[in-house]
Ligand binder design. Structure first.
Ligand code: URA
Length: 241
């Protein structure tokens, strides 16, 4: 059943300001619920039914938001950072203040990143038990060979502490100096793709995630662009597809 929410929290969740600013404005009579002036912040609203107006503006409530971002380089997968722009800074249409990236891509990795405030979905996608597949396109310094495909398929021993699960490697192009590959992994260890190639003596020079579970990076999105996920995309992810 839908929960009632305190009026000040309802507005703060939707990015209308800090809780204390909102409380002060509510006290001054700046909030109407169903046309009636409400001056106490602990008044409870039912988001799906109550019509809220704040500072003269109709408030439209959103409970969950879901976006697909084509992450560019030099942007960090975090909600705040002192030095770099964050992936959240790029989502300028966001309504809620509690969005976060589902997992991390390195600062120099590009591509598909889901941004949401749905903690359950995030957990489902990141849980090591669920083995959600992730496909990456990479440029690699060095020659990737058929032998590497077998090694990856068997489960590569990356180092003393990390034995990777079987992974699917497809060679798109391969010469003495550079190879282009697609790699699908079902886990998400720290710097996993880079470490897997390092273990076979190759260095990843470019990395881009192109899919996560059933979700594919929309090719219409340029680097730094994003779009809301469709209902169908959200449902497929929730179904674990
Ligand atoms: N593997 C990496 O090495 N880096 C990423 O950003 C994602 C997967």
């Amino acid at each position: 059943m839908e929960k009632k929410i305190r009026l000040d929290k309802y507005l703060a969740d939707l990015n209308y300001g800090t809780r204390s600013e909102i409380k002060a404005n509510i006290k001054k009579g700046q909030a109407l619920v169903n046309g009636e002036k409400i001056t106490s912040s602990d008044y409870k609203v039912l988001p799906s039914q109550d019509k809220v107006m704040y500072m003269g503006e109709d408030v439209s409530y959103v409970d969950k938001e879901y976006y697909m971002l084509n992450k560019p380089q030099n942007v960090v997968s975090a909600t705040r950072d002192d030095k770099y722009q964050t992936v959240l800074d790029l989502i300028d249409q966001k309504k809620r203040k509690d969005l976060f990236p589902v997992g991390r891509l390195d600062i120099d990795t590009e591509g598909l990143l889901i941004i949401t405030n749905d903690g359950m979905l995030s957990h489902q996608l990141l849980s090591p038990k669920k083995h959600v597949s992730k496909t990456y396109f990479a440029k690699v310094a060095g020659k990737v060979t058929k032998e590497h495909i077998s090694l990856f398929k068997e489960g590569l021993k990356v180092d003393e502490e990390f034995q990777a699960l079987p992974a699917d490697l497809v060679i798109k192009e391969s010469s003495e100096n550079e190879s282009e590959i697609l790699l699908t992994i079902c886990e998400g260890k720290f710097h996993q793709v880079k470490r897997m190639f390092e273990a076979i003596g190759c260095k990843v020079t470019y990395l881009k995630r192109i899919s996560m579970g059933s979700l594919k990076l929309d090719e219409a999105l340029k680097l730094g662009e994003y779009r809301p996920l469709t209902k169908e995309e959200i449902n497929l992810l929730k179904e674990g597809k």
